[in-house]
Ligand binder design. Structure first.
Ligand code: RIB
Length: 299
């Protein structure tokens, strides 16, 4: 039997504390009557666990604190079948995120990155063989950008397929785009990377981003599905019609799903359809990793 393609995720690990209430508080307002839950999160961790639940061979590298939250996170990733043998520890506390969700499932998130911000270029350089040994590298922007850029550079030079989910959006070094095989922004991130020109249509904005050197882009559009663009040709993937209770980690599920789909030989559009079904399951439950789907749930 052939070995499965290796997916490497380098990124953040957080502890998420979520309150679901009727509406999001305005500045200075206190909203009563919410329901609290706590669980593992972080865009990197969510994408790694998602890919593992969908059946892939996943290694996850993150940096956590020498604390109970860090220990719990690693125990959780191991239990999910994720290889955590290269995880790093920091003197800073494990990252945490405070998440508020309203009755429509929309959220606001504030992150204290803690140990995630302690990743160094030396850490990435020490991972060189692990990066070169992967088939897919999945990256986000919750660890220092120079580390993301260095990991992408090593991977790209070794012929590894690099997927970047540019979340949360921030200024990126131009060379990073050239080392990315597939960019998966949401609408807001696309706007930022295409120059915030309101006169541009969605496909024109994608074309602007592709000029930076990315061959493939999938824009996630929430309830409007996704726009897939590969080497200049566009196709739309509709969203599944579901009632969302919490959209946290929907984007992470999509990225994990696309990566797994591609690793199984699907086309970009087929992988986006598969990932859309996975995300539709995530939004029907509260929480980040707690809500990620398993392979047998996707029909
Ligand atoms: O994408 C969702 C994630 O963003 C949450 O799990 C939270 O930790 C933040 O990183």
């Amino acid at each position: 039997m052939c070995a499965k393609p290796k997916i490497l995720v380098i990124g953040s690990s957080n502890t998420d504390m979520t309150v679901v209430s009727d509406h999001l508080p305005a500045s200075g307002e206190t909203v009563m009557g919410g329901v609290f839950c706590m669980g593992p999160g972080g865009k990197g961790a969510n994408q790694a666990v998602c890919a593992s639940r969908l059946g892939a061979d996943v290694t996850f590298v993150c940096k956590v604190g020498n604390d109970l939250f860090g220990d719990n996170a690693l125990d959780g990733y191991k239990a999910e079948g994720v290889d955590v043998s290269h995880v790093l520890r920091s003197e800073k506390p494990t990252g945490s995120a405070l998440i508020l969700v309203d009755k429509k499932g929309e959220n606001v998130i504030s992150v204290a990155p803690g140990a995630n911000s302690d990743f160094t270029l030396e850490d990435i350089d020490r991972l060189e063989d692990v990066i070169k040994g992967a088939d897919y590298l999945l990256l986000q922007l919750e660890i220092p950008i120079p580390c993301v850029a260095r990991a992408a550079e090593i991977a790209h030079a070794a012929g590894v397929f690099v997927i970047l989910n540019p979340a949360p959006a921030c200024a990126l070094p131009p060379q990073l785009f050239k080392n990315v095989s597939l960019l998966i922004p949401n609408r807001t991130e696309l706007e930022i990377f295409s120059g915030k020109d309101p006169s541009l249509s969605l496909s024109e904005a994608v074309a602007e981003v592709m000029k930076k050197g990315v061959d493939n882009v999938i824009v996630t559009l929430g309830a409007d599905g996704a726009l897939v663009c590969s080497h200049g040709s566009f196709s739309s993937v509709p969203a599944c019609k579901v009632v969302a209770v919490d959209t946290t980690a929907a984007g992470d599920t999509f990225c994990g799903g696309v990566c797994v789909g591609l690793s199984e030989g699907l086309s970009l559009e087929e992988a986006a359809r598969f990932a859309t079904k996975a995300s539709a399951l995530t939004v029907q439950k509260v929480g980040a990793q707690n809500s990620l789907p398993f392979r047998n749930e996707i029909i």
